[in-house]
Design a protein around this ligand. Structure first.
Ligand SMILES: Cc1cc2nc3c(=O)[nH]c(=O)nc-3n(C[C@H](O)[C@H](O)[C@H](O)COP(=O)(O)O)c2cc1C
Length: 199
């Protein structure tokens, strides 16, 4: 069964290493995952005053999240936490109260850093946020990537067999996790329901 996976890149940078990583992940993902970026670039800063009458970018963002069978977060770590643009997107998606777009979406978290611990602290913060938002998360394998620019091509090539195998394995495990979660919470009609529908 194929699954529509929306991926969010936590960096707005034009030469983002996490965008480079995303191309490798798309290339190495199993065929049953249809990966599409959900852009966070045009979202305004979250303001509770605008929740009930949001701009189109917010409505489109929430719809894209809700129409996805699963979500993959590919993000840098900023100052040992979640980059503001990504947290901003999550805050929009979580609201208004009772219309949390992330509920019950199977999620994966991966990130690349220039540093040695490879976004581990950001990922720990993301787990806390996603737990609160009732989004199941792939627990293992974890993927903390210290980015080596010479390994990655512009179109998703990975010129190191060990790294390529690790990333392929991550995506296979994520696909298996998505299948497990969806088959347990939406038996028979995967992905057709509003995320707040109780089963
Ligand atoms: C504001 C800021 C804070 C950063 N904080 C961290 C950090 O806490 N941990 C880390 O490993 N790298 C940190 N870095 C370095 C990033 O790993 C590096 O800039 C990386 O290229 C960001 O990912 P991107 O290229 O996808 O934007 C920081 C960079 C910036 C700009």
């Amino acid at each position: 069964m194929s699954h529509r996976i929306g991926y969010l890149i936590g960096s707005l940078s034009g030469d983002s290493i996490n965008r480079v990583l995303s191309k490798a992940l798309v290339r190495l993902a199993p065929a049953e995952l249809e990966l599409t970026e959900i852009s966070i670039r045009d979202l305004p800063l979250y303001n509770r005053d605008d929740e009930m009458n949001p701009v189109a970018a917010v409505t489109e963002f929430k719809r894209a999240v809700e129409q996805s069978d699963g979500l993959l977060f590919i993000s840098p770590e900023y100052n040992r936490s979640i980059p503001a643009p990504l947290k901003n997107a999550i805050d929009w998606g979580s609201r208004p109260w009772g219309q949390n777009s992330f509920a019950r979406k199977p999620t994966g978290i991966i990130g690349a850093s220039v540093g040695a611990i490879g976004t581990a602290v950001m990922q720990a913060s993301m787990r806390s946020v996603l737990s609160f938002l009732d989004a199941p998360q792939l627990n293992a394998p974890e993927a903390y990537i210290t980015f080596k620019p010479e390994i990655y091509g512009e179109n998703g090539e990975v010129n190191d067999s060990g790294t390529e195998e690790f990333l392929r394995h991550y995506m296979e495990e994520y696909a298996a996790f998505v299948e497990r979660v969806l088959s347990s919470i939406h038996p028979g009609h995967i992905g057709d329901d509003h995320p707040d529908t109780k089963h």
